[in-house]
Design a protein around this ligand. Structure first.
Ligand code: GLA
Length: 365
């Protein structure tokens, strides 16, 4: 295993100052590109501490929200470029790789993208035209500036069926190749990805692989599959996840990016189908409101450490790991499914302290 070796003298010198860690992007350079999600406040320069940690430790950024169609284009054809442009400028100013997320997604989607003025689904021809217009506008505007795009997000379900989204209802499976083709035409040098969650589900993986193979057979560009790394303490099984990462490479030749890595420390909530079951209480939903027990924090660190080591030993396939938020406070899981939860899913805590599993990895203790 590769380690970042720091000369003893440097450790002694660093021990006395606040910045004791090397930059994470340097620790993982040559293994994978380390990125993070950046939120609107960080893009706008309103989170000075968050920005400084981001710039120091990460090599790449993906926007949490500002490039989603519903954000950048509140009404079809009417764009508000303020934050989107700032996002790209931020990345370039600090010499970060800038990624695009996401062009076609059923959620956070422009409300009238797929509907006419009466609220009916538009025709297949019109949707193709609109998709081309949106994709070529987005990809074209940032041509040469955005290195890779999540072209389609979350189109396939856990059971391997296609999601019944408006895009699918109008165009069937064909909306995916069409989106990739439009993106390629707008910037032939840009990397193009399909991005989805629950990639540990076998039927879902099978369907994603089949879809990617069809694109390749038709000569349509696709570079990698994004595994959204939204995880819990009890899923996914790390060995299974590893097998699935390898299957992507073996069966399609594509790389994998871990695109939205966050491992919730809170117990996974399963809603019982039994109607008589007790509803989940505030305490069930937010069990560590007064602080995370040490034993639980240790379990999280052990599991994230094992996950990281798995990414590293598969770095011939895993080309980028993108943590979903700079520090714990930034992550969406604090506010889902109810606001105000106290989660601890990413690599820096609320005080921007590196989690123990990383300190252990860096210093080997
Ligand atoms: C999905 C999307 C992300 C984000 C998360 C929840 O994974 O791809 O952009 O919205 O949901 O925050």
């Amino acid at each position: 295993m590769k380690r970042f070796l720091i000369p003893l003298a440097a450790c002694v010198l660093m021990a006395g100052c606040a910045r004791t860690e090397p930059a994470l992007k340097d620790v993982f350079a040559g293994t994978f590109i380390l990125g993070t999600a950046i939120n609107d406040a960080q893009i706008a320069g309103e989170d000075i501490k968050g920005d400084s940690v981001l710039i120091r430790h990460f090599a790449a950024i993906e926007p949490e929200n500002c490039l989603k169609s519903g954000e950048v284009m509140p009404v079809f054809g009417q764009y508000d470029w303020i934050l989107a442009d700032k996002y790209v400028e931020f990345g370039e100013k600090y010499n970060l790789d800038v990624y695009g997320h996401t062009l076609i997604w059923h959620s956070q989607c422009t409300p009238d993208f797929c509907y006419d003025e009466n609220g009916n689904l538009i025709s297949p021809e019109l949707l193709k035209e609109r998709m081309k217009q949106h994709i070529s506008t987005m990809v074209g505007r940032y041509k040469g500036h955005i290195k890779g795009w999540d072209v389609v997000n979350e189109a396939i379900m856990e059971d391997g069926s296609y999601r019944d989204s408006p895009f699918y209802r109008i165009l069937g499976e064909e909306f995916i190749p069409w989106a990739f083709q439009c993106a390629y035409e707008a910037d032939p040098n840009c990397e193009l990805y399909y991005n989805d969650y629950s990639m540990h589900e076998p039927a879902k993986l099978d369907a994603v692989i089949a879809m990617a193979k069809k694109l390749k057979e038709r000569g349509i560009r696709i570079d990698a599959i994004g595994f959204q790394g939204h995880m819990g303490m009890d899923y996914p099984d790390i060995d299974l996840y590893e097998r699935h990462i390898r299957r992507v490479k073996e069966e399609t030749g594509l790389d994998v990016c871990i695109t939205e890595l966050d491992m919730s420390i809170l117990p996974t909530l399963t809603r019982s189908a039994d109607l008589g079951a007790k509803p989940l209480s505030e305490a069930d939903l937010n069990p560590y409101a007064d602080g995370i027990p040490e034993s639980v924090a240790k379990q999280w660190n052990d599991r994230m450490s094992a996950m990281l080591k798995m990414f590293i030993r598969n770095s011939d396939v895993v080309k980028r790991v993108n943590v979903w938020g700079v520090c714990d406070a930034d992550n969406w899981k604090n506010n889902w499914p109810i606001p105000g939860r106290h989660d601890s899913p990413v690599w820096f805590d609320r005080n921007y302290k590196l989690k123990p599993f990383l300190r252990e990895y860096i210093y080997g203790r």
